[in-house]
Design a protein around this ligand. Structure first.
Ligand code: ADP
Ligand code: MG
Length: 598
């Protein structure tokens, strides 16, 4: 006799299986947008219209309408079944499959956790009426004939109504919308020939006319300024071809968020590919910087496995090592063929790319010594002088009082090493090295923290800095605006997707250069920037870092002394705000040992 109660393993029912599986495909509203748009692209659409509606801080509806091939009534019904697809018949079709979808899971998964209304009419047939189907939580709840244009329109409502945990995990409306805009931006980049329009609660967020090239799409989304700083790549190796654009080394970001990669036009995320791209720059970029890149890799279908993850954002390659090395080599070549290394006269800026499209490659001298170009010493000295004066006497700080005198011994400055380390000797002849940037960062950071309000220490710029952002960046930027305002930035809209920054915290100086301001904004809107109370703290760290004496700046002996005097006044002189040491000691005893003098 079978004892039911003793058997702990049970087969789950279909509905439960559906909801569990859905979790892998439909993580959040943006994944719904991604899947629906991919289906529209697979259906051969030339115009894709995405409408988002929201109420009370939540996204309540997503509608994607396309002018693609549409479906007949039977196909429309089948489309909701799990593993029902028109794109492959058997696993052997996968290598040759060029559509974005092939698993037949998306619609079933979306329907399992929402209410989906599908309205569709097959293109190019004599039938004049279409089909409307409603599917709620995986169950077909309505089917009727409907008058509609050829193509497909899918509306998703009540998303996650039956998976409360997932619903709760949704971030704020603004954050979800930024993700959606980001998703659409990626699709625009991989499919520049298609017209996309995204509206949120009736307001247009993004609209590209289609019919263009990748370069047009980049200009449209990110502006001419960025586009002009890109180098075109079109190269083929033994295992992989590369098409797209790469930034010149003086355009870089603190994280890889603007590296857009796709394999055979499928957007993907891959750390390995990102490092392969980064490696092509070698020392052209400082170690912690990433380029901007829009690259599609062409790899034979037989050499890749796209079926790694349900959301299809990952791929595996055969000959992985060779493919990655080849990508780095091809990109390196593309970069070096464009005379990107500035000569002695960095002022001879405008370089015209040899041959083909004649894309002008602008090369402005960077603002720090980090890419190998130095500013003229006089200007540098003036800048450093200003930065040190700022933290010296002019600021409303708590007097130049040393905290617990004697913590840092008397120091005699010996000199500066590598335009970064201040070498000092202590009274007992120990050798002490100070990292000038880290030390000044600490000083600034503590002063900023002691100001009653950062805002009171703002100053007007001689010339406002105008920044232009992509639609997704603009979404994230609007979220950050109140914080920036609170911290002393006066920012006004300046045309579509552009803002004029009129005042900045005093640490950035009256002539803050656009790059520095853009950097701060880029860090603010980068993924992973903390929200809530940590945000202000984080912003202050960034401003301290940007306003601090640079690594690479030449310091006079007086300036070294000045810096050390100021460091003594800090509460925690030993580390910078990011926790890195500001000073390191080599004990005399240790040196003696090294010279075997003991
Ligand atoms: P997949 O895209 O992996 O095939 P989906 O669940 O996303 O799986 O879609 C199932 C099927 O429904 C597709 O294979 C396609 O035949 C049909 N379909 C879905 N969306 C559309 C659309 N916008 N236009 C035409 N057919 C569609
Ligand atoms: Mg699909």
């Amino acid at each position: 006799m079978k004892d039911e109660s003793r058997c702990r393993i049970r087969q789950l029912d279909e509905a439960t299986i559906g909801r569990i599986a859905a979790g892998e495909v439909v993580e959040r509203p943006a994944s719904v947008v991604k899947e629906l748009c991919e289906n529209a692209l697979d259906a051969g659409a030339s115009v894709i219209d995405i409408r988002i509606s929201s109420s009370e801080g939540r996204i309540t509806g997503i509608t994607v309408t396309d002018d693609g091939c549409g479906m007949n009534p039977e196909e429309a019904r089948l489309a909701f079944f799990r593993h029902a697809t028109s794109k492959i018949r058997e696993i052997d079709d996968l290598p040759a499959c060029t559509t974005l979808g092939f698993r037949g899971e998306a619609l079933a998964s979306i329907a399992a956790v929402s209410r989906v209304t599908l309205t569709t009419r097959e293109k190019g047939t004599a039938v004049i009426s279409g089909t409307r189907l409603v599917n709620t939580g995986g169950t077909m709840s309505g089917a009727e004939e409907a008058g509609c244009p050829a193509g497909t329109s899918i509306t998703v409502e009540d998303l996650f109504y039956n998976t409360p945990a997932r619903r709760k995990f949704q971030r704020s409306r603004a954050a979800e919308i930024a993700r959606i805009t980001g998703t659409v931006e990626r699709l625009v980049i991989t499919h520049p020939a298609i017209a996309f329009r995204l509206t949120v609660d009736g307001r247009e967020r993004l609209a590209v006319p289609g019919g263009g090239s990748l370069y047009d799409a980049i200009i449209h989304l990110f502006g001419l300024d960025l586009a002009e700083g890109l180098v075109q790549v079109s190269a083929d190796g033994e295992h992989v071809g590369v098409r797209g654009y790469l930034s010149v080394p003086d355009i870089s970001r603190t994280n890889p968020y603007q590296i857009y990669l796709s394999v055979n036009s499928r957007p993907i995320s891959s750390r390995l590919l990102i490092s392969a791209v980064r490696d092509a720059y070698g020392t052209l970029l400082p170690g912690d910087r990433y380029p901007v890149a829009f690259l599609d890799f062409l790899i034979p279908g037989t050499d890749i496995d796209v079926n790694v993850h349900p959301a299809k954002r990952e791929v595996r390659f055969s000959h992985e090592h060779d493919v990655l090395a080849e990508i780095t080599a091809l990109l390196k070549e593309a970069l070096s063929s464009r005379v990107l290394i500035p000569g002695k006269d960095a002022g001879a800026a405008a370089q015209v790319a040899a041959g083909d499209t004649l894309t002008p490659v602008r090369y402005r001298p960077p603002d720090s010594g980090t890419t190998g170009v130095r500013e003229p010493p006089v200007r540098e000295q003036l800048l450093t002088g200003r930065q040190l004066r700022l933290t010296g006497s002019r600021l409303p700080l708590h007097g130049l009082q040393e905290h617990e005198p004697g913590r840092i011994p008397e120091l005699r400055v010996i000199g500066q090493l590598g335009n970064l380390y201040i070498l000092c000797s202590t009274p007992d002849d120990n050798l002490l090295l100070i990292d000038q940037h880290a030390a000044h960062e600490r000083i600034l950071y503590e002063q900023i923290g002691s100001w009653p309000a950062f805002r009171d220490c703002a100053q007007e710029l001689i010339e406002p800095v105008v920044i232009r952002l992509s639609p997704r960046e603009a979404d994230l930027f609007s979220v950050a605006l109140p914080l920036l305002k609170q911290e002393g930035f006066l920012i006004e809209p300046f045309g579509p997707q552009a803002w004029a920054i009129r005042t900045v915290p005093v640490t950035l100086g009256k002539t803050a250069d656009p790059d520095t301001v853009r950097e701060i904004v880029a860090e603010l809107i980068a993924p992973g920037f903390p929200r809530g109370s940590d945000a202000a703290e984080h912003l202050r760290k960034i401003v301290a870092c940007r306003g601090a004496v640079k690594a690479g700046a030449v310091l006079s002996p007086e300036q070294c002394d000045q810096l050390i005097r100021q460091l003594r006044t800090t509460e925690n002189p030993y580390t910078c705000p990011h926790g890195r040491p500001t000073m390191v000691v080599f004990a005399r005893k240790k040196l003696d040992e090294l010279f075997r003098r003991t």
